[in-house]
Write a protein that binds this ligand. Structure first.
Ligand code: ADP
Ligand code: ZN
Length: 723
């Protein structure tokens, strides 16, 4: 009998072993999908291995083997490289294998219990030689189709609806179905956009070109130094050699300019892959790569799994961006995967940023990555930065929202018809509702999180789970009606700015104004075209924007991030300030940046004001060294969660029993229980010098957790972001 070992998706995702089925009559290999019976259901799984066993062995099997129901693929969906990558991810991130395979595929191809169907399209072709008398029109339609061999039925009908239908009725033409494919846009290549390269650009390109084999480069190039042009030149060389190129960006909707430039340079041969596409669109882009219809892919995190088979170059723009990390199992980092694939294909990997992550820069510093530098702006000038000490200005009676200095600067720009960006660093700084007689804060009933007040709709919303409620008339604690709104949100800021500048046209960009599809692009386009004077928003406006007329960036609460109890808060502050100030003065006009801060002497703020990444790096490394945080130590987090807090407690205790015996690592936690979406959560952090050892320890906890059939869920996160 032929046996197939199959990975299946199961709601209890604890099950990380294969299930065995009888595969008699099927020709299967690793990486193909099959339908199998599971309990009373039929589900889809992935073949891991096929094996022949003797009748004797079949008889000794502890249970009767059920046969496979059907075979879905004729060819393996994942090639050897991707299959091995899945195994590697499962080990490294301690995640179920099936989840690793799933995250590599567009949802239409996922071997899941709810698998989507692929859209088909009707085509027509000639199926019988013509031996009857046709009308002139029918004859022309017939000949047209004969020339083309086959045509999309819709295209055929556009021209020949009535004669076409008649030909089908006569049995001369038949309709058949084919998978729906992406139609490649017919874009004219635009060579004129190519610039004469600057010295910095030439040098960097030469350094990368010199290397003939896999190597990881870190390009530290200030904002506006012309990195994109470097990517395009390098890409074009690889494509000439017949290689494929992957260009990773943090968020497509925030980088419409990048997509436009790539398309202008490479014409139609570009696939775009990001989370804003629907399932069918994703599938179509995926097929373009698989069938070698395109040589270059521009995409976000998940594009790193595209089915390339001859990669020459992977570029990861804004490599420090946190959206490169997946925030559900498997919690992979796109950079890890890019480097893995680069090695496999002997391809070059170029990480680029104006504010590289500390880990990457430390590696480049040690020579693990090759460090490349572009310290000059193309237009020659950096924006000047002014820091406003808020403690002083508020004491003088100025507004705590916008200081006089910033108000004056805005006024000046409005007079000159230039544009302004105002950034409100809202994370950890949302407007909350507090009772002033007893101090009660309205919390989300489902999460241990304070509700945020949304003025336009006059409701309270939970930013963690989305729950919304009306403002209670009286405080539920002391029954007084004395609510006060604390903190500062984008809506309140907008209102304030509008009062100060009644004629100014203001655009607001935050999570509330960008829920609809294409909302991002539309807002940015509108600002770019000059339909507004002031763009006001949260961190999402700090990224990638290149708008000529912006000459002032005001950062309303520059140090809000510093108050967080996250070891990365200084790094995040530096990134945000440097990236945001990079939006100012990109054109011919000189730019200015004003940072309002309560703690103006903090090195993150001072270094950003001087555009001095290296000093920031050195001071921050010292701090990390002293406190024992990455990149000097590694971290792994284990989060136990369940609706029932006893389940959580039991699992945490079991984990602590195992971990307390381990050496060469430090246990941080268990932290207090914390409720999110009605689930109790508890985290244990493991810290140590040896990453492999930590993974090994956590795997131990994970295996025992599964073996003892613990009820709580266990989520593992290697190098977690939020602490
Ligand atoms: P970065 O990605 O480093 O922030 P960009 O690639 O967006 O910078 O380049 C900044 C600006 O300079 C863009 O408007 C770009 O068109 C322009 N640019 C890039 N390279 C050159 C060059 N060699 N000569 C003239 N302009 C250039
Ligand atoms: Zn909530």
């Amino acid at each position: 009998m032929k046996l197939a070992y199959v990975f299946v998706e199961h709601p209890i995702h604890h099950l990380d072993h294969t299930f065995t089925y009888c595969a008699d009559g099927y020709t299967l290999t690793r990486g193909m999908r099959v339908q199998v019976p599971f309990g009373s259901k039929t589900i889809v799984g992935f073949v891991e291995k096929v094996e022949d066993i003797s009748d004797e062995e079949v008889r000794r099997f502890p249970y009767t083997l059920k046969p496979i129901i059907s075979q879905i693929d004729q060819f393996p969906l994942l090639n050897e490289e991707l299959y091995e990558l899945g195994n590697w991810m499962a080990q490294r991130y301690i995640a179920p294998k099936i989840s690793c395979f799933q995250c590599m595929l567009p949802s239409k191809l996922k071997p899941s219990s709810t698998h989507g169907s692929i859209r088909m399209e009707a085509w027509v072709r000639i199926c019988k030689q013509n031996d009857t008398k046709l009308t002139a029109k029918q004859q022309s339609a017939y000949e047209d189709l004969q020339k083309e061999k086959e045509m999309l039925r819709s295209v055929f009908y556009e021209k020949w609806k009535i004669p076409g239908k008649k030909l089908i009725a006569l049995g001369l033409v038949e309709v058949f179905e084919k998978e729906k494919k992406a139609i490649l846009e017919n874009i004219e290549k635009n060579k004129e956009e190519e610039f004469i390269l600057q010295e910095d650009q030439k040098k960097v390109i030469a350094q990368v070109e010199q290397e003939k084999h896999h190597r990881v480069f870190l390009l530290h190039g200030v904002t506006g130094s012309g990195k994109t042009e470097v990517f395009l030149r390098l890409a074009s060389k690889e494509i000439e050699k017949g290689k494929q190129v992957l260009l990773l960006v943090p968020e497509i909707s925030l980088t419409p300019q990048m997509v436009k430039r790539v398309k202008q340079r490479f014409g139609a041969h570009v696939a775009i892959y990001h989370s804003g596409l629907n399932a069918q669109e994703k599938y179509e882009q995926y097929q373009l790569v698989k069938e070698h219809k395109v040589q270059i892919v521009v995409g976000t995190r998940s594009a790193v799994f595209m089915p390339f088979d001859r990669l020459g170059l992977i570029v990861m723009d804004e490599e420090h961006d946190t959206s490169y990390k997946q925030d559900s199992t498997p919690r992979y980092h796109c950079r890890d995967i890019a480097i893995y694939r680069g090695k496999y294909h002997d391809a070059k990997v170029l990480l680029a940023s104006a504010t590289p992550s500390l880990e990457s820069y430390a590696r480049a510093h040690k020579g693990v990555y090759a460090l490349l530098q572009m310290p000059h702006r193309i237009n020659g000038n950096f924006p000047s930065v002014r820091i406003v000490e808020m403690r002083k200005s508020v004491a003088k009676g100025e507004s705590y929202l916008l200081s006089d200095a910033l108000l004056d600067a805005i006024y000046d720009r409005l007079q000159k018809k230039e544009q302004v960006i105002l950034l409100l660093n809202r994370r950890g700084y949302t407007p909350i509702l507090r009772c002033i007689s007893c101090g009660y804060v309205q919390m989300c009933p489902h999460c241990d999180v304070a509700m945020s007040y949304h003025k336009e709709e006059k409701v309270l919303k939970c930013h963690t789970c989305g729950y919304s409620m009306n403002v209670p008339t009286h405080c539920p604690n002391c029954h007084e009606a004395s609510w006060r709104y604390l903190g500062l949100g984008t809506q309140k800021l907008e209102e304030f700015v509008q009062i100060k500048f009644p004629d100014a046209r203001i655009l607001r960009m935050d999570a509330d104004t960008t829920t609809r599809k294409h909302a991002h692009e539309n807002l940015l386009k509108s600002f770019d075209e000059g339909h507004a004077d002031i763009l006001l928003g949260t961190q999402m406006i700090a990224k990638g924007l290149d708008i000529e007329k912006v000459t002032l960036v005001g950062i309303v609460n520059g140090d809000a991030l510093l108050n967080r109890s996250d070891y990365r808060s200084a790094e995040m502050t530096y990134d945000l300030l440097e990236q945001a100030s990079g939006r100012s003065g990109r054109g011919e006009y000189k730019g200015e940046v004003i940072i309002q801060a309560y703690d103006p002497n903090h090195y993150a703020i001072q270094c950003a004001a001087h555009h001095d990444y290296l000093s920031f790096f050195q001071q921050e490394m010292q701090y990390r060294h002293l406190t024992g945080y990455p990149p000097y130590r590694y971290l792994v987090s284990m989060v136990f969660s369940s609706k029932n807090n006893q389940d959580v407690q039991q699992s945490v205790e079991a984990a602590m029993r195992i971990l307390s015996k381990k050496e060469n690592c430090k246990i941080l936690g268990p932290a207090q229980l914390h409720k999110i979406r009605d689930e109790e959560r508890c985290r244990i952090l493991l810290k140590g010098k040896d990453e492999q050892l930590l993974i090994h320890y956590v795997k131990d906890v994970y295996d025992k957790h599964l073996q003892t059939k613990q009820k709580a869920r266990l989520d593992i996160d290697l190098s977690p972001y939020m602490l």
